[in-house]
Design a protein around this ligand. Structure first.
Ligand code: ADE
Length: 418
């Protein structure tokens, strides 16, 4: 079997951590058990480009149980958990191509290695498999019956491909399922981003001014957790509606040019490029910490920071202190890459349980329905979303009420009034 991981001797440690995460992923486990009985993915080669974590391990094990021939590469050069990669290769015979800290060239070699398996289904977190297929492997496009996409940034990229008429096969936007973004983006990013900042730096959050750039679901989640840890939260937004929400959620809202002067910790969660730029670095206080929790490492203008830097030093792993011409120090975390995955472990398993249940059921959906799908971005079918919510509640032992017949009739009728 072909693979590229750091060190197979890490497999025992990885296996224990995969099992620990699995114990908090009951929905993926029950789907995996059904998949093992029904084999809905029999004969399918599936390439997945995801963060190689304990949670992803539980997903790919379930997909393999369903009969798929699974290949896995990393969706970020810094997010791979090397012990997990080793366990998947040695104990589960899943070819993994991922090494934490790999350079850009190796990152793409790993994507090519997964595509060399000639998949029929691809599963992305950031659309790198899909975009490589469209740009460099067009000869493989006829093999592809469909794809799934995990993240907001990837879905935005795919929608622009569909709008430009260049998307060559169907893609299911897993991110847009309610059981994905309401939970993963909010509670998952919220907790894991704070976790990455704390694990990376060991700083106290209480009393600090935390500047949150972007008030989508991820920004909201992070703002809530930072405030809960005692920070004064400032939100920067470009969308007036989101800005009002931030105000009414109790945060200060101001342009980044003003927030730059008062912030202690800055975090970008926007999906856009060059949110924090040279002009902002020029205004920041000595000791400011800057990080990103958006998918790509483009939200912080690293070249702008480099331009002002006279000296830099990695003071802790992936914590780089830049000393500027005027002596101020600005610390960049995780090279501007996803701080929650590079300095912590990403979202906790119980939230990835719902995200990856969507991935597994959407792969099954693509396999069963590809004949009826066009070259479009599809939402997750509502019955899948609802079933995942039901299974998650059931796994928590929580029961909910049912509408009475009278209530159903009332909701369906337009004649009933005062
Ligand atoms: N994205 C965010 N957190 C993740 C995790 N723990 N595993 C895989 N993908 C993730």
């Amino acid at each position: 079997m072909n693979y590229d991981v750091k060190d197979l001797s890490l497999a025992d440690a990885g296996e224990l951590r995969i099992e620990w995460a699995g114990s908090q992923m009951p929905v993926v486990r029950s789907i995996g058990e059904r998949f093992a009985r029904e084999k809905p993915l029999d004969g399918v080669t599936l390439a997945a480009c995801l963060h190689v974590t304990t949670e992803t391990a539980n997903l790919v094990i379930a997909l393999k149980a369903g009969g798929a021939d699974v290949y896995l590469c990393a969706s970020n050069p810094l997010s791979t958990q090397d012990d997990v990669a080793a366990a998947l290769v040695r104990n589960h015979e899943i070819p993994v191509f991922a090494v934490k800290g790999e350079d850009n060239d190796t990152y793409y070699q790993h994507i090519y290695a997964c595509l060399d398996a000639r998949p029929q289904i691809t599963m992305d977190d950031g659309a790198d498999l899909v975009s490589t297929l469209h740009k460099e492997r067009r000869d493989q496009i006829p093999d592809i019956i469909g794809s799934t996409e995990e993240t907001t940034t990837g879905v935005i990229r795919l929608r622009s491909m569909a709008a430009a008429g260049v998307l060559a096969f169907p893609v299911v936007a897993v991110n847009d399922a309610d059981t994905k973004h309401f939970f993963d983006n909010r509670y998952g990013t919220g907790q894991s981003t704070l976790d990455g900042i704390i694990r990376g730096t060991n700083i106290l959050i209480a009393g600090k001014t935390v500047v949150v750039c972007g008030y989508g679901w991820c920004g909201r989640g992070f703002a809530t957790r930072a405030a809960g840890a005692g920070a004064h939260v400032v939100v920067c937004e470009v969308d007036p509606l989101r800005a009002i929400q931030a105000v009414m959620d109790g945060y200060s809202v101001m342009p980044l040019a003003r927030a730059a002067e008062v912030g202690d910790i800055f975090c970008t969660l926007t999906g856009d490029c060059h949110v924090i730029r040279e002009e902002h670095f020029r205004l920041m206080k000595d000791g400011a910490i800057v990080c990103n929790a958006g998918h790509f490492d483009i939200e912080i203008d690293k070249d702008g920071l480099e331009k002002l830097t006279t000296h830099k030093e990695e003071v802790r792993p992936l914590v780089t202190q830049h000393t500027l011409e005027d002596g101020r120090r600005i610390t960049l975390l995780a090279e501007g890459r996803l701080v929650n995955l590079a300095l912590a472990e990403g979202h906790p398993p119980s939230v990835m349980d719902m995200s990856f249940a969507n991935q597994a059921l959407c792969a099954e959906f693509v396999q069963a329905n590809h004949g009826d799908l066009g070259k479009q971005v599809y939402p997750v079918p509502e019955h899948i979303d609802k079933e995942i919510a039901r299974l998650k509640l059931e796994s928590m032992g929580i029961e909910i009420d049912q509408l009475t017949d009278e209530q159903k009739e009332y909701l369906e009728s337009w004649q009933l009034g005062t």
